[in-house]
Ligand binder design. Sequence first.
Ligand code: GLU
Length: 478
Amino acid sequence: MTPPTLPVRTRIAPSPTGFLHLGTARTALFAWAFARHFGGAFVLRIEDTDVERSTQEAVDQIVEALRWLGLDHDEGPFFQMQRLDRYREVIGRMLDEGSAYRCWCTPDELDAMREAQRARGEKPRYDGRWRPETGKKLPPPRAGVRPVIRFRNPEDGVVTWDDLVKGPISIANRELDDLIIARPGDDGHEIGVPTYNFCVVVDDLDMAITHVIRGDDHVNNTPRQINILRALLGPGGELPRYGHVPMILGPDGDKLSKRHGAVSVLQYRDAGYLPEAMVNYLARLGWSHGDDELFTREQLVAWFDGRHLARSAAQWDAAKLAWVNAHYMKAAPDDRLAALVADEFGRRGLVVDAAQAERQAARCMLFKDRCSTIVELADWLEMYFVAITPREADLVAHVGDAVRPALRDLRDRLATVPWTAADIAAALKDVLAAHRLKMPQLAPAVRVMVCARAQTPSIDAVLALFARDEVLARLRGV
Ligand code: GLU
């Protein structure tokens, strides 16, 4: 792609009607990485014009999810509902200039219009009856009807743009009708909250957005938005470039939704995924850099120049995400993992005192290799803090009469050895020799009694991270 001439400015424009969806997060990631790659700015805009469904809680969640992913914005958040005066000013100008006009059609009239069109086998569309034309006589304004404002869409020609993702797209203007850009306000103002397509255009213009990267559910809006932009910019004004990213599909090929499991970014945080793993995984949904599957945020920014965006939809793959997360868990510093496990314990209502938490980083180091998420790591480490109950089946399978004398002997030796993994290992060896047992007989028995699990990492290392008294207490019953 030829490098952009203007300083790059991208935006993410979520509607605060719910949590941050994975698809919106992926779009935000692309817009962010693109801006960062070109040393530009990333803008956060909250599209809250659906007043009924927008909530402050959703705004907070969206901001928090973006923050967690590390998708820092340079400007905003801007709120559309705080920009009403600006929208009204622009519509006022358009009415004066003739690129917008008042339409007094009632809903009943519009229904009748569409019905007649359908009956004639035509596609239903606004027929332009209030559209001003030179020499045309308009019907008189209706008493008692408050008009809506429509955009005067060009009748001829074609809207064409070279989509960053999909390549050239053309739509004939005769496919588009004069869309409503504002309805009368509840507050008595002639212009209420304008419609989505209008607000987006004014915002993208005012915020000097150079690249509109968004979901491909907006492809159909783009020709309308380009026409409004052209009307506002006049001839010669530069349009932003558009890039429409295909949606994310669930494993069954339908659009990824709640039905497929968690779709909220923060749910993944709470399920124990690391933000760098989410960023890495999301980036690969619809974008590639050769065969690279694992890369840092810095590499992503260095590589993300708007090329190699997939035209076809990407499919969510939970197993791959778990694999990516496991990779980042292994790479993460142990004290960071310990802090995340502490958060997870907090969510579980598990109170851990400072002395108990002391060796938590070492525990993380020992167990992280076998975990795909923080939640799994916390599941492992719980045994260091709460009483355990070995399963009956494990007791039967691993703690038989043949091994009990050896366990008692081990308990006695552990009461006095220095409390290190090496000394514990030596005690285990001595017990094996004295009782003519092999490690695969003794170790599982110790594991079941102390950890309530038949398999763990090296048992000497596992035991060394308990307090000695706790191990002795758990071996007391043998
Ligand atoms: N608010 C729109 C949405 O959440 C985004 C519009 C846009 O990116 O232009 O789908």
